[in-house]
Design a protein around this ligand. Structure first.
Ligand code: ATP
Ligand code: MG
Length: 400
């Protein structure tokens, strides 16, 4: 026990409301069990607070995991000690020392006393510890609003002392909102879209349409790497690779040139529709953003989603590319996405694509292509790759 480390885990208030707390605890337990494989750990709950106890010496791994766990708002390494003022003071000075070493100077002590039998009230605890810190570190000053750092003290069954929390992902635990099917290309947008929806509590499956040899094996392995980046946030996912060449060629041969992209995008909705229903995925996720390319006008989105009756979630619909890139950098997908292997859309792109599809007319054109048998065959030959949390790629800062 002595050698263990303790983390206070802060979660969104809503998760602590009646009924949700258990679910959150179960998700946390199950999610951490996988992610912390090989590290001894335990989760404790006290009113309003989760604690993670882990074996000592694994802080970097544990903090990397907690900072990528949707549903966690923040976490802080915590000292748990006897309810004796001298012991608490020592813990507070150790906490302050870490912040001072990082160049922080102004501080505030936040204290909370749940155990009213403790001889000092919270105001006294704050004042006395503030005084101790000022004496030990003469370079510091007390600042009640906007301090550089805070030292928190909570008097409960034991005393808990901790410094500033590291920011977590916020959002909801993966799986609390069911599972969605992410259309994952090798581009910048779709991994970010998947990440944003995972943060809203969706577990993910990913589907990639591979038009070999028009798209290279490198393009495929790039998509696998992007799925591995997502696994750091979701805890793992399945990647389905659909052999799409025959479908592409049939479209190129049979469709009017200005409609080829639209026809392909509609086919890229028809396959997921069937797959998602079989797998009980409740929605489809894409990286589309209004007006970004010709196929992403409102009229064209209306047409391309006609083959599915599932909700098509497009978390980037109103996001500027610059903002998407910033998120891609933060989550560590950007450097993979910008590797120079083209996806199939680029190769089969028409020179003057249709900008405003007419739903009825283009639907008729799509039906005339009679892609049914080819789509069924493509789905039949789809390959599954299980990506476990242990396969994750961790780059970037990952603190949102
Ligand atoms: P991205 O950067 O995500 O590739 P994009 O801006 O290049 O997006 P499109 O190529 O039109 O836009 O693709 C729009 C969306 O369709 C993508 O975000 C992705 O969800 C899906 N998509 C496109 N190509 C593929 C593919 N080969 N496999 C799976 N999904 C795809
Ligand atoms: Mg693309």
């Amino acid at each position: 026990m002595e050698q263990d480390e303790l983390y206070l885990i802060k979660v969104g208030e809503i998760l602590l409301k009646l009924g949700n707390r258990r679910e959150f605890e179960n998700r946390l337990r199950a999610g951490l069990k996988d992610r912390l494989a090989g590290i001894r750990h335990r989760i404790e709950y006290q009113p309003g607070r989760f604690f993670l106890v882990v074996e000592a010496g694994r802080s970097a791994e544990v903090e990397g995991i907690l900072s990528r766990f949707p549903g966690i708002n923040g976490f802080a390494k915590t000292r748990r000690c006897e309810k004796n003022f001298d012991v608490i003071e020592k813990a507070a000075l150790e906490t302050a020392a870490l912040a001072v070493a990082r160049g922080k100077r102004s501080f505030k002590v936040e204290s909370r006393r749940s155990d009213k039998s403790f001889p000092k009230d919270s105001a006294e605890i704050g004042r006395d510890l503030g005084h101790s810190i000022l004496t030990a570190f003469p370079e510091t000053q007390v600042r009640m609003t906007g301090p550089d750092f805070k030292v928190h003290v909570e008097i409960r069954d034991k005393a808990f002392v901790y410094g500033d929390a590291t920011k977590g992902q916020r959002g909801l635990p993966v799986g609390t909102q069911g599972r969605g099917l992410l259309l994952l290309s090798g581009g910048i947008d779709s991994p970010v879209a998947g990440y944003l929806m995972a943060r809203r509590g969706l577990a993910l499956e990913a589907m990639y349409f591979h038009a070999w040899p028009y798209t290279s094996e490198e393009a495929h392995s790039k998509v696998k790497d992007l799925a591995r980046v997502l696994a750091a946030y979701t805890g793992g996912l399945c990647l389905w690779t659909v052999p799409f060449t025959e479908v592409q060629l049939a479209i190129k041969k049979g469709a009017r040139e200005d409609l080829t992209t639209l026809m392909m995008r509609a086919a890229m909705m028809e396959i997921p529709q069937t797959h998602a229903l079989r797998r009980r995925d409740t929605c489809i996720i894409t990286g589309e953003s209004l007006g970004q390319v010709a196929s992403q006008t409102a009229e064209n989105l209306r047409f391309t989603e006609f083959p599915t009756d599932l909700p098509v979630l497009r978390p980037l619909i109103g996001t500027d590319k610059e903002d998407t890139i910033r998120i891609a950098r933060e989550i560590g997908s950007f450097d993979i996405s910008v590797l120079p292997f083209e996806d199939c859309c680029v190769i089969f792109s028409p020179k003057h694509p249709m900008l405003k599809a007419n739903l009825q007319r283009e639907k008729a054109a799509y039906t005339a292509l009679n892609l049914g048998p080819l789509l069924a065959e493509a789905l039949e030959k789809t390959e599954k790759l299980d990506i476990a949390f242990a396969d994750r790629i961790v780059r970037g800062k990952s603190q949102r």
